[in-house]
Design a protein around this ligand. Structure first.
Ligand SMILES: Nc1ncnc2c1ncn2[C@@H]1O[C@H](COP(=O)(O)OP(=O)(O)OP(=O)(O)O)[C@@H](O)[C@H]1O
Length: 202
């Protein structure tokens, strides 16, 4: 179980942002459109040029090859990429119980990617990332295309899983009600810095 540490990260409008996400903790990140939320996640995943550094446990982003880092600190972007014909071709094996936990049947693995709804794609992209056992998870609006019941189902499963496995999660969210349900801590972007907003959920 490792903490995710962000050190003096500078990307886009953000300057020298530092933040530690503890093992099993969900930190929500909000802010106006275009304020730099996605770029912050991309920089933490080492997918975009940036200043500063990040650590997962004792491993430093600047000290390992980017492909290793991205396997440990995994970004699920708002728009996921799919390269093979069937869903199953993108998975080694989904985590036990995770399809059901996300409101999907086992038969989804046999489906063609072209028939997936945007909400199915979004949930499967998160499950694909989790099946690779990342040490930290970066989620960019992971429930944006889901109805209310499915959103709450996914939130509950993710919060429980991250807590049990000790995975730090940085979660970009717009919906204040969702932030209240899932976040242990909440930060919003104000100009070039993060400002903490007190959370009711602990
Ligand atoms: N590679 C880039 N070079 C320069 N500017 C960029 C680059 N990528 C994104 N931007 C700009 O940086 C700003 C922040 O983008 P970002 O995608 O992080 O916003 P966001 O806070 O996630 O917004 P939204 O809530 O709308 O998704 C935007 O104005 C965007 O146009």
């Amino acid at each position: 179980m490792d903490a995710l540490v962000i050190e003096d990260l500078t990307v886009g409008p953000l300057r020298k942002v530092s933040l530690t996400v503890q093992p099993g903790e969900i930190v929500c990140l909000s802010g106006p459109s275009g304020s730099g939320k996605s770029r912050l996640l991309r920089a933490v995943a080492d997918l975009e040029a940036h200043g500063g550094d990040a650590l997962i446990g004792h491993d430093r982003q600047s000290g390992v090859a980017a492909h290793h880092w991205r396997g440990w600190v995994m970004l699920v972007p708002a728009e996921s990429a799919w390269w093979a014909e069937t869903v199953a071709a993108h998975f080694v094996e989904p985590l036990p119980g995770s399809l059901d936990g996300f409101g999907l049947s086992d038969s989804v693995l046999a489906w063609e990617v072209s028939r997936l709804s945007s909400g199915e794609k979004q949930r499967l992209a998160v499950l694909r990332a989790l099946s690779l056992m990342p040490r930290a998870l970066l989620l960019d609006e992971p429930t944006a295309n889901l109805d209310g019941d499915t959103t709450r189902r996914v939130e509950t499963w993710l919060r429980d899983y991250a807590g049990r496995m000790g995975i730090p999660v940085l979660w970009v969210a717009h919906d204040p009600a969702q932030i209240e349900r899932v976040a242990h801590r909440h930060f919003t972007i104000r100009g070039e810095a993060l400002r903490e907003i007190p959370c009711r959920v602990a």
